[in-house]
Design a protein around this ligand. Structure first.
Ligand SMILES: Cc1cc2nc3c(=O)[nH]c(=O)nc-3n(C[C@H](O)[C@H](O)[C@H](O)COP(=O)(O)OP(=O)(O)OC[C@H]3O[C@@H](n4cnc5c(N)ncnc54)[C@H](O)[C@@H]3O)c2cc1C
Length: 462
């Protein structure tokens, strides 16, 4: 708990309207989107940074007085990455939400950390350009949070993740120093790529106060195919068939029967409920190529037993299908008091074993699971509806999680593709990475943040 004298000091440094100190107000920032049964603290103070100088001043003060700093975008990460274990100051970036520069000719954009991804996408599209990373909640999540989690999304299959679209970062270090990492050029071979080290570091190494993004030309046209299968194995064979047909879809997403049924129960969207699973395959490119791509995709899917194949054209109709897919987490949340989601990734050749294995493990532990995923990448999201307050269900969840992680590892995969580690997966990450690797990570953390004030207690234990 921060002493009153320190809070008074900070009130002198920043104007009053940038600080929340009421208990009820601070409580709103105690949690994020992770559903974890763990007591976490509440912040001592919430600060709405408006300028880079605000960030530097707060961080300098916190560094001298050993106060934790927890950066926060929209708070939508799924792993407890911005909860406040030991109190401290939440640095809220919702007021640093401006697009600072947009250079269509260079295909770059400079943004503040609190800009919402949808605004970046819309601005890029206004000039025929494209910012591809698309976590399913891109309409609310911020670029700062996405950089810190190295977020992915449905379009990672063809276009990669956040890390592939960062040209340079301005960051504030734990002692308040401002650095620019990266030159902003498309290629840069001068020294270590420290900006890539910050990406995915979950706010533990430095605070991002500006990012320069790479954009690409927006494909002229796109279309979506939905296809239903009688088994997970045939759906995966369909995915491989598409790739063998030399088509590179922008997304290959997946919903299993439980996910489809749950969406239809709460957000009826016209999905077919009698099949084992469905694939959502989007193709893009020149308008003249779309027909050829759809024909080849359809042929590959039919050869692997797909039925009810429907092509969807036009922004609104495609958006309606994607909304159904994105509604799956919210729909699963309505089945029980709580929902937890996970984020496994395996080589695509092991995908059906992973999906079927998740189902079997959940069945064994009496857990209701809806499975969705970005299966082009081999990325599977089991969404489990349960009551975390029920001791038996909680134990079942923990047992199932650990078996699911072991399965992912045994299949050559890992325990997070895009959500990160936060506090939720620390013990598993430590096991997977091993002592030697964790020790190197600790050294890097100490180099960047000697007093350990930046988002303490996340990713690994010091
Ligand atoms: C319904 C739903 C669907 C989702 N779908 C996907 C998906 O498809 N793919 C995917 O990858 N993720 C997905 N996520 C997870 C989430 O969207 C991403 O992690 C997200 O991009 C985080 O953004 P945020 O603004 O909410 O960050 P926050 O949750 O606020 O913060 C995340 C991390 O970033 C740090 N941070 C925030 N701002 C800064 C900064 N300026 N400098 C340094 N560190 C900072 C925080 O300390 C924290 O460690 C989903 C989440 C939800 C709720």
């Amino acid at each position: 708990m921060l002493l009153k004298s320190k809070i008074d000091d900070l009130k002198k440094v920043l104007s009053k309207d940038k600080i929340l100190f009421g208990e009820e107000e601070r409580y709103c920032y105690a949690e994020d989107s992770a559903n974890i049964r763990k007591e976490t603290g509440i912040p001592d103070l919430v600060v709405f940074a408006e300028t880079v100088e605000d960030v530097q001043q707060i961080v300098k003060y916190a560094n001298i007085h050993n106060i934790p700093i927890i950066s926060r975008g929209a708070g939508t990460n799924m792993v407890g990455s911005c909860v406040c274990m030991e109190g401290g100051i939440v640095l809220n970036f919702s007021r640093m939400n401006k697009i600072l520069e947009f250079n269509p000719d260079d295909m770059t954009m400079k943004v503040q950390p609190g800009v919402v991804l949808a605004d970046i996408k819309n601005m890029a599209e206004s000039a025929g350009l494209f910012y591809p990373p698309d976590p399913a909640n891109f309409k609310v999540s911020t670029i700062g949070g996405s950089i810190a989690q190295s977020s992915g999304g449905a379009k990672s299959f063809k276009y990669g993740t956040t890390k592939d679209y960062i040209l340079s970062l301005k960051v504030v270090l734990a002692d308040g120093t401002l650095l620019r990492l990266g030159s902003g050029t498309i290629k840069d071979a001068v020294g270590y790529h420290l900006n890539q080290l910050i990406i995915g570091s979950e706010g533990t190494l430095a605070i991002v106060v500006e990012a320069e993004l790479k954009l690409i030309p927006k494909p002229e046209s796109n279309a979506l195919i939905t296809a239903y299968f009688d088994s997970i194995e045939t759906a995966v064979a369909g995915v491989n068939g598409i790739i063998r047909a030399r088509i590179f879809p922008s997304t290959i997403d997946f919903m299993d029967k439980n996910a489809i049924n749950t969406v239809e129960k709460f957000y009826p969207s016209g999905l077919k409920t009698d099949k084992e699973c469905m694939l959502l395959i989007e193709v893009d490119g020149f308008a003249s190529s779309i027909g050829t791509q759809l024909n080849r995709v359809e042929k590959a899917l039919r050869e692997n037993g797909a039925s009810d194949i429907v092509s969807v054209f036009g922004k609104d109709d495609m958006e309606a299908v994607w909304t159904a897919r994105r509604a799956s987490y919210g729909a699963t949340a309505k089945l029980a008091p709580d929902v937890v989601t996970d984020d496994l990734i395996v080589p695509r050749s092991s995908l059906s074993k992973m999906v079927c294995g998740c189902r079997d493990i959940c069945k064994k532990h009496n857990l209701h699971v809806c499975i969705v995923g970005h299966v082009g990448d081999g990325n599977v999201h089991p969404q489990i509806a349960l009551n975390l307050e029920n001791d038996e269900e909680y134990k079942n969840l923990m047992d199932a999680k650990s078996e699911i992680y072991s399965l992912a590892i045994s299949l050559g995969g890992t325990i997070s593709a895009e959500h990160g580690i936060g506090i939720e997966k620390i013990s598993y990450a430590e096991k997977i990475l091993g002592n030697d690797v964790i020790e190197q990570m600790r050294k890097i953390k100490t180099l960047f943040d000697p007093t350990g004030i930046l988002n303490p207690g996340k990713i690994f234990k010091m």
